[in-house]
Write a protein that binds this ligand. Sequence first.
Ligand code: ADP
Ligand code: MG
Length: 731
Amino acid sequence: MPSKYTRLEAKKLAISRSERSIERPRDAQGKLLKVSEYYGKNVFHFSSAPGIPESVKKELETVCLTGSTLKKENAEIVAKAVTEWAIENGATHFCHWFQPLTGSTAEKHDAFLDLENDSPIEKLSATQLMQGEPDASSFPNGGSRSTFEARGYTSWDLTSPMFIVEGVNGNTLCIPTAFVSYYGDALDIKTPLLRSVTILNDLATEFMNLIGYKNTKRVNVTCGAEQEYFLIDKSFYYARPDLVMTGRTLLGSISQKNQQLDDHYFGRIPERVLSCMEEIDFELHKLGIPAKTRHNEVAPGQFELAQIFRDANIAADNNQLVMSTIKDVAEKHNFVALLHEKPFAGVNGSGKHLNWSLATDEGLNLLEPGSEPHSNTKFLAVTAIVIEAVHRRAKLLRMGIASQGNDHRLGANEAPPSIISVFTGSTLEKIFSSIKDGSAFSPEGDVILDLGAHQLANLAMDNTDRNRTSPFAFTGNKFEFRAVGSTQSVGFPLSLLNAAVAEVFEDSITFLKKELKSGSESDINSALMKLTKKWITNSWDIIFNGDGYSKEWLVEAEKRGLPNLKNTADALPVLLDTEQTRYLSEKGIFKKQELEMRFNVLIERYNTLREIEFSTLLGLVKKNVLPAAFEFKKNLAEVIKLQREIGLESSVETDIYKKLNFNVETLYANFNNLTNAVETSIEDEVRKSVEIANVIFPLSEQLADSCNEIEDMMPNELWQLPTYYEMLFLR
Ligand code: ADP
Ligand code: MG
């Protein structure tokens, strides 16, 4: 087949695929096992491991809860037990599994195989379990280590369970670890997250004790991430170099029908997609990841997976595995999963809603309003604390979700804007407003929705009437940070949010200590109301319950003085803004040099990713768009010439030829503009990022537009790149 027919070949393949079925596990009698019977089968919990004595389990539990030092002899016992378990379950190798600043996870495998007096044995020592020393010189470090000191250490995170990843020909035991430099600087996502969780726990616990919850020993951060993704047929993917190189289509003419009818959202899940989702859930359940919800999303070809919320550190690890499992399983079904925030221009992008709350060790959710939120002083105070935190650290939170991919999404179709605001819902807004103004609040009672059909159960109207256009919304009993990008590790925005909330808890504790007199219930309630009033009054401007997509909001937000960091180049310098980062460095959540390092890594990453996009786009123009246009021109010219020879004028062909020629000339001018812009090299990465965001990227968009003009004119068989219609609709 000549290469120009790759697209039509891909199309044939895509529509001829069948569903892949898998063997679900059964018991000895051949009866299908329930999910609960194989859930977590590939996870090692020391609390239920047979080889570990009860006393050691207790000690390990304490290490997890208090962060006290792990004794080497206890690590020895765990190493022995986990080795036995892993080998029994088919593992031949183990690895330290960590999250460097590359945006994904890293692992280096070692065999359990060892030699003892030249005889083969299987072994994992305590040291191998606790510490690894990957050759870290190739991981992004933002200049925090000089090249001669390339050592980095991975260190076992006891609080996140070890798990087995099944391969086709053997299994691997993965040990979740943190990754730090020789000097102890965090080179990863996990370390600052753990620090932020610890500090928030300490302060929130102190706060609870202070307001009368004397038995509260711990306050956990809970997190549930919803993951959005696209599935397209594998054959289309490999026929689109832009998808392979950059994860998104750099050009492409939008199909006539896309999401105008909203007919994909929550629609019937296509059979082939469902079989893929079933396998994804199956794999996740074996890994002890509580995948719960699956559905079609708004854009054609877009889907979502949500898991049950849990402890933030584990949820962050889980989400990494969710992303890699979606990708791996999709391939087995001849799909490719696109996790990019904006794979297709003009239809919805993908986010990762980060649901967040705080829960005590006794299971009390601090953001649970109860039936009478207006008199639930603890709920009001904690909610006000979070709102003040978002108000104070809006810039940091915006920075925490900045990436070249998310730049396409924030502010675009169905995406929350890049202005950080908080949605409270109208009831909560009224309550806060009355507290702020010192007026009385009269509850309107439960609003029952009249469905007009008596067969249906009455539904109490959710008075948070969730707002999709808000980047940060209160949704019933948790906050939902909706602006997080779909490819991103949740660990980074989580660390920043935890730190921001911890900071306000700390101030609140100081405030309450001054306010509290007798410690009686009414004394505590009145102090909490004063605290709520203080924070709500201070942060009133960040509360916005209107339409975040509207032009009016842009104007209004500016009037209120809310920051609007439009793109990544605008947002990343916040990492160096000492006013915003003071608390982070004071508390050691991110040390000063770690902030600088992250800034360097992220800026460079932004520049490099964009540069890859520019050169890929230029390549596509040279190799695909122009040759196709020339071929069409040749065909038209031939017809015009032939017609002339037999004495006929071809006005239609001439007209189309002229239009095509005009488009090709425009395209070529835009091509040259981008080429020249890319070639002017700027050494300084920061200046470069500004140039890329404000000058070069817009040029690439112009070039993409002129490609789309040509694509729209092309005869079907002359266009080689799979179209939006094919990628979004054929499966
Ligand atoms: P929606 O798409 O309507 O927001 P989903 O059911 O898809 O709702 O997702 C809600 C997410 O919020 C789930 O991951 C859920 O586990 C999580 N969640 C629920 N309660 C809490 C909580 N207290 N803390 C953190 N996350 C929570
Ligand atoms: Mg959802």
